[in-house]
Write a protein that binds this ligand. Structure first.
Ligand code: PBG
Length: 336
């Protein structure tokens, strides 16, 4: 900022804030539907909707109902959805191989959504935690360590099966080393060079994920175990730049910072350092906090949700994953 040399009483910053038209003219960032991605939890069955206890207002949907929801999101001009599976406990194994089933829950959801709503972008999570009996994102060695390279081999297969199903963007959220390069390679080798990779490059070992783990049913399997040997330490910020650099070199098209609001400093640093498409994830714990703030006052709830998303934009987010996306898109469409 260049110091102007002008000061009070010539300069009065409140002058630009006096009327709503003035505030609109000087607004630096704006929130629009095109910034929003809606995560959707998918479950087995037909015509099924199951409320998620840990996330009031969010449900798991069977594929047919998810297709209807996506059609509505498309009408609202939300550009993309992120799909997350809640599979039955009986399908979970130590190696999480259900993840690569070509007729698995998410593979089928992708096909059905593609058929009915071809214009919307489909983003699928790449990680094993919805599929493992222990709830970790990778497979365990004998000593309980998460095996990096063996996990990456399965993630490659998972990626290929989702690309074959028709996913537009694959989003590895597992935090294994080297997976972006390996996934890019297997996609390219099989003719999927146009499938995008959104890397959860700076994903922190966060306790803000609790409600999500309940939503996909990995929380009880994980128990008191944590993900600190692969997700990042919340103390670190330089390391996030290093993670992002590696993923960009390996072929990431976009990078994700996660969680969101408590990590806006990371988002801003990454955006300013690399100027690449940078996304943020307003995670389940943030959802719950905002949801609990004004339970009896819908107007205030709406204001605080929009404010929270605007803050992501101000910090430099190009797009935001938020469980509020659908509601916000409706408000943006009908402001009153
Ligand atoms: C799993 C994954 C998680 C989230 C998205 N993908 C949870 C985790 O790492 O345990 C969290 C999303 C949220 O909390 O809303 N790979």
């Amino acid at each position: 900022m260049i110091f102007t040399g002008r000061r009070f009483p010539t300069t009065r910053l409140r002058r630009n804030r006096r009327r709503s038209f003035l505030r609109e003219l000087v607004q630096e960032v704006r929130l629009s539907c095109s910034d929003l991605v809606q995560p959707i939890f998918i479950m087995e069955g037909n015509n099924k909707e199951e409320a998620i206890k840990s996330m009031p207002g969010v449900s798991r949907l069977s594929v047919d109902l998810a297709v209807e929801k996506v059609a509505h999101l498309n009408q609202l001009k939300i550009p993309a959805v992120g799909l997350f599976p809640a599979i039955g406990q009986e399908k979970k194994t130590a190696d999480g191989l259900e993840a690569i089933n070509p007729n698995g829950l998410i593979q089928n959801a992708v096909k059905k959504i593609k058929d009915s709503v071809p214009d919307i972008g489909i983003i699928t999570d790449i990680a094993l935690d919805p599929y493992t009996s222990h709830g970790h994102d990778g497979i365990l060695g004998e000593d309980g360590e998460i095996l990096n390279d063996k996990t990456v081999e399965i993630l490659q297969e998972q990626s290929l099966s989702l690309a074959r199903a028709g996913a537009d963007i694959l989003a590895p959220s597992d935090m294994m080393d080297g997976r972006i390069g390996k996934i890019r390679a297997i996609l390219d080798k099989n003719g999927y060079e146009n499938v995008n990779l959104l890397s959860y490059a700076a994903k922190y070992a966060s306790t803000f994920y609790g409600p999500f783990r309940d939503a996909i049913g990995s929380g009880t399997s994980l128990g008191r175990s944590d993900k600190k040997t692969y997700q990042m330490d919340p103390s670190n910020s330089n390391e996030a730049l290093w993670e992002v650099a590696l993923d960009l070199e390996e072929g990431a098209d976009m990078v994700m910072i996660k969680p969101g609001l408590p990590y806006l400093d990371i988002l801003k640093r990454v955006k300013e350092t690399y100027s690449v498409p940078t996304f943020a994830y307003q995670v389940s714990g943030e959802y719950l906090m905002l949801k609990n703030l004004y339970p009896e006052e819908p107007e205030l709830e709406r204001e605080v949700i929009v404010e929270s998303l605007l803050c992501f934009k101000r910090a430099g987010a190009d797009a935001i994953f938020s469980y509020f996306s659908e509601r916000v898109a409706e408000w943006l469409k009908n402001p009153n």
